[in-house]
Design a protein. Structure first.
Lengths: 263, 263
């Protein structure tokens, strides 16, 4: 059981930011990563559609022996976390709670902004989570529908990406926030431009680091941490293997073999 | 159940650094704080003695309806966490795991130092926890027996405290670490001098912030977070109420009534 893999899933390459942090913070663990690149982006889709996609992916991954599932996609977490938790008997984590908790931890002004896909922002999942813990927080939300397609096309280093980030986030720079939650696992690939735009005074919260730490905590408390170094990570994608592989290798800094899956 | 208090205990005033973070990050929760000021410091005592003290305190606190226990004392965590977990049916948290996990999260060089009491350092609890998760870490440990008495006497702002911190930490400033774990809940009261001594390049990890975030996570996942704002916090101490109250009011920034307890 302890040596079983952790299933990590996303609409595409965004969840790799979380996978990378899991590899760094929990180097003994094995990851089976699933990117639904064919049907990416999830952001503009209905919650019901996203939910059915996440269920399909989890069903696929559960053919392997898994000890935990990590929905490394904010849109997927908002739409499907609860029903995946209800449907399976192993620990299931999303990326929204850890990010919300981390924002509460670092924000001193109690003024927090959240950026995410249309689906995530419309779900108000962050707002509900933040307010349920801390009713006095002031929260600003902004959908950034152009960010995910830029990342999936591998354009996150380009001057075009810089322009899009600056233009999209301009309204947030006028607010007196001290904390910005990257409410989409794709956004850490744009973090350089996001930090530049927001300035030094704003703490940038990436779900990736926080979710990996929370996974570590949950595996520890359930006595599920790997005792030895694990097996080779595996990567599955529904769309083009080539672009996925390129981004994964650049981001993870290691060789990646991508297995094509038809759902 | 959700509106029940959280029991927080320490050898003295150190656990107030954790209590303060719980109040900040989880403002709806109620805290029953126990400081064993009469028998402080725990650091130089044997593990067996510290364990029996922690059991006495938890037995005392459990007369109230509690939904969780937080051993906000590193020496107490090292000596008694497992047996308190085994003995009681509610979630029990220590301060060592969250701090270790946070250090792994922020350290890029994988070179981490831990400071704590003699009891904590001798237990090698941090080292074991860090290495079990991440075998490649380089870890340096240093006992700082003079720190707790300085804090308990209310002398943490003084030039004497500055001198003691500088002298004690001098060996660590020659190492190429990027992360220092404050492995004692009293040490955040000396954090200003500790940061000055270590310099900007070293991340200072306070168990307080991380433990409060982990408590938030555990209460959330067990569906135990308070739904409404809670009752008044209560404070118990075995020794002098006066000095405890003074430090508690300064640190928490609110009026504190201390109830004297004979164990």
């Amino acid at each position: 059981m302890n040596q079983d893999a952790i299933g990590v899933l996303d609409s595409g390459v965004g969840g790799l930011t979380v996978a990378k942090e899991v590899m760094r913070q929990l180097p003994k663990e094995t990851i089976y990563y699933f990117g639904d690149t064919l049907r990416c982006p999830y952001g503009p889709r209905s919650a019901d559609e996203v939910k059915s996609f996440v269920h399909e992916i989890v069903s696929y991954l559960m053919q392997f022996s898994l000890k935990a599932i990590l929905i490394a996609c904010n849109t997927g977490t908002a739409a499907a976390l609860q029903s995946i938790k209800d449907g399976w008997d192993i620990p299931v984590l999303g990326v929204i709670e850890p990010g919300a908790r981390a924002a509460i931890k670092v924000s001193r002004k109690k003024k927090i902004a959240v950026i995410g896909t249309q689906g995530t922002i419309q779900s108000r999942a962050y707002e509900k989570m933040l307010k349920s813990i801390h009713p006095e927080l002031q929260i600003y939300s902004l959908a950034c529908p152009e960010f995910v397609p830029l990342v999936e096309k591998g354009l996150y280093h380009t001057p075009e990406a810089k322009r899009v980030v600056e233009k999209t986030l301009a309204p947030l720079t006028k607010l007196d926030i001290d904390t910005l939650i990257l409410g989409c696992t794709h956004y850490p690939l744009l973090q350089h431009f996001i930090s530049q735009t927001m300035g030094d005074q704003v703490n940038i919260i990436s779900s990736a680091e926080e979710t990996a730490a929370e996974l570590s905590s949950i595996l520890y408390h359930r006595n599920l941490l790997s005792k030895q170094y694990g097996k080779k990570h595996r990567f599955f994608a529904t769309g083009s293997q080539y672009l996925f592989q390129q981004i994964a290798e650049e981001w993870l800094g290691e060789n990646v073999e991508v297995e094509r899956v038809d759902l």
